[in-house]
Design a protein around this ligand. Sequence first.
Ligand SMILES: [Zn+2]
Length: 471
Amino acid sequence: MNPLDQIRTPQGRYPVKLAECEHGELADGLSIRFIFKEPGCGAPECEKKKNGAVGVEELAFLVDASFEADHVMIEKIAKETGPLFGPNKTERLMDWFSESMLASAAIDIQAVVNSDEPDAIRFEPFLNKDRTPITKKKMLPSGGNAFLVYSLAIAIDEKSIMALFGDEEKFPLVKRFAFQDAYDYAFIGVGNDNEGASLAVSLFAFHREITSSDFLAACSEFASSLKGGEVDEDDALRSSLTEKAHSLGIDVNDAEQRASNLDGEIEFYDEPFCKEDVPHLQKMVHAIASLNLDVVGVDLFCSGENDGFLVFPNYISYLWYRFVCRLGQVKIARCEVCGRGFSLLKGRGKPRKYCSEQCKTKAKNARVKSQRDACRELFIEQQLPVSEIAKTVYAEELSSNVRANKRKTPEEAENQVRKNLVGYPAFKHKVDDDLRAGAGAPFVRRCMEEGVLSAEQVAQRISELGIMPKK
Ligand SMILES: [Zn+2]
């Protein structure tokens, strides 16, 4: 019994007043510290309206474009969610990152499932090793039946396994999904190769119910994927997978002899992705999401109808539950400034272009600066009239393609051009040189005709410079 359990909501959330994320090198074992709300102070908290609250999508992008921890975002999320994995006063930042890797894999795959782009663009995230590299192979065991295998390794800190899944013993996991004329078997296990630990997810897709030798062929392929492709006789893994076979109703004992002859005789070919892969990819998302859902229970007393009387022992299980309830809406976009991904809720207004307010401001500043530079270039170097410059530089603002608050009338656009010119040091120098030259100041005259400078401004500048009017 943990005293913090008193403040736990049916959704598994432990409400916090404050969350602090330590700064420093990740390897130093940084953590996130939570300050909890007192039990019994105020009314029990209700979950926020479903669309506004933090979701698995937000957890997917905790690092910024340079792979540094985004402390501002992490603290903002952590303050809303509280500890993710249970009644913890601190949680390792590394565990949050491991969860983040899991979330971004699920979201990347789901976004591909939901995409309506042509295949070449749609499956691009699977070919990018910085995104979610999934391989698809066609396996042909000699004398057996061909099947497809989709494999993904999610980099995860080895110490995070306990925090995320409670128990390392639950791996390897084998799950079976039968739908229409497809029989999918998902294998999930903890792999280890020279690049560190990973969560290996392999989905084997058959066109008919599998035989025991199919299962063993899948086992040897999976075992080698856990070891980074090496063929390895791991007895513990083998016996654990055999046990799973029994619970799925597959009798492997008689096939085991035959299977040992099979070893090394499976031919395989890389296969390109196509739209027929989509239902299997959907099952991969289900497999990843279900890792966090096996702890969910039903309780008529502690929960309500809204959440189907479900109770969640920790908040991460609730977040994944809500994620699977609206998989069809998952869509991601990349920030136009820094390239970081973010979640877009499908079909809600004009899509966002930037990952954060900072990037939005950066983009806006860059745009304002380039417009300012263009005004100066066009007026001073190319000697275009202000009205022409306004039409060129502010074409978008003058059109009806922009929102009302960004729209400009022709007059406003021209005034903006004038403002951009006078604030420019090189413009001031050019005015001064023109006045001093005593050659009739053609540039200043042009400025006055175009309304960039007023007669008063020019007179004042002449007197400031101490220029005597010519006799
Ligand atoms: Zn950005």
